[in-house]
Design a protein around this ligand. Structure first.
Ligand code: NAD
Length: 257
């Protein structure tokens, strides 16, 4: 795929799947701008300042300290990006968090935070950066949903996450329908279990869980962030030019059950 010199914005690009995606696009010669949180907040699956230091230290990528739930910050970012590099060619929404609690014990605060970051944050970024793409008449947006958006995976106790990720996949279809005839394609990727800090945190809290994930995955292992990044790259590039509103599963067969 020809991504040389293309402007690519990646939310949550400081670590995990987002970071693997940043590396992959940089390897293709793209100009990548990471949108992530610049300081550590909270515990498992949240912001990671080391992540962005890794990115800025190792890679030729720019870093913008942008909270995807902050519409003003995202709007300022969009203005600055357009002024400096022009409208983005590609936007990847990989920022996301997980909260686990049985539905009856799920704190509304946690529910709201998951929906706010995973679903509303994705919409805020799609709206702000998608508008620049629509004015330019071209672009590709790839949103990271999850297999948990289509299966309940109920032992994980992730009601907020599941609902938010189902929302991301359907939002992607909806935006795809609205924007395709103006040159902007929108697709989603739904990973299964991928080895990142996010899943490492869950496994540390419940060591048997990792073994169960592997046992239930037909391919017999969890995936790597690079295996997801490869699919994201494909959806971002012209190689997938007739794909509009797809939700591509990358799960080692977990959902064939
Ligand atoms: P991760 O926790 O390793 O990385 C997530 C990144 O998002 C972090 O760098 C974090 O700082 C950033 N982030 C969090 N809140 C943010 C905010 N408000 N604004 C900007 N950035 C924010 O997670 P990961 O495993 O790489 O997951 C990436 C995406 O893939 C997430 O959307 C996740 O839900 C999804 N996903 C992951 C898996 C998996 O098994 N790891 C499976 C399915 C889907």
């Amino acid at each position: 795929p020809d991504l040389e010199g293309k402007v690519v914005a990646v939310t949550g690009g400081g670590r995990g799947i987002g970071l693997a995606t940043v590396r992959r696009f940089v390897a293709e010669g793209a100009h990548v701008v990471v949108m992530d949180l610049g300081m550590t907040v909270g515990d498992i699956g949240e912001a990671d300042s080391d992540g962005w230091q890794r990115v800025s230290g190792e890679l030729h990528a720019d870093f913008a300290d942008v909270d995807v739930t902050d519409e003003d910050a995202v709007a300022s970012f969009a203005t600055a990006l357009e002024r400096r590099l022009g409208p983005p060619d590609v936007v990847v929404n990989a920022a996301g968090i997980v909260r686990s609690a049985s539905a009856e014990d799920m704190r509304l605060k946690d529910w709201r935070q998951v929906v706010e970051i995973d679903l509303t944050g994705t919409f805020i970024v799609c709206q702000a950066l998608g508008s620049l793409m629509l004015r330019a008449g071209r672009g590709s947006i790839v949103n990271i949903a999850s297999m948990s958006g289509s299966i309940s995976n109920y032992p994980q106790k992730q009601s907020a996450y599941n609902a938010a990720k189902a929302g991301v996949a359907h939002l992607s279809r909806t935006l795809a329908g609205e924007w395709a005839d103006r040159g902007v394609r929108v697709n989603a990727v739904s990973p299964g279990y991928i080895a990142t800090e996010l899943t490492a945190g869950v496994m540390a809290a419940d060591p048997d869980m990792g073994a169960q994930w592997v046992a239930r995955t037909p391919i017999g292992r969890v995936g790597t962030p690079e295996e997801v990044a490869e699919v994201i790259l494909f959806l971002a590039s012209d190689a997938s030019s007739f794909m509009v509103g797809s939700d591509v599963t990358v799960d080692g067969g977990y959902t064939v059950w």
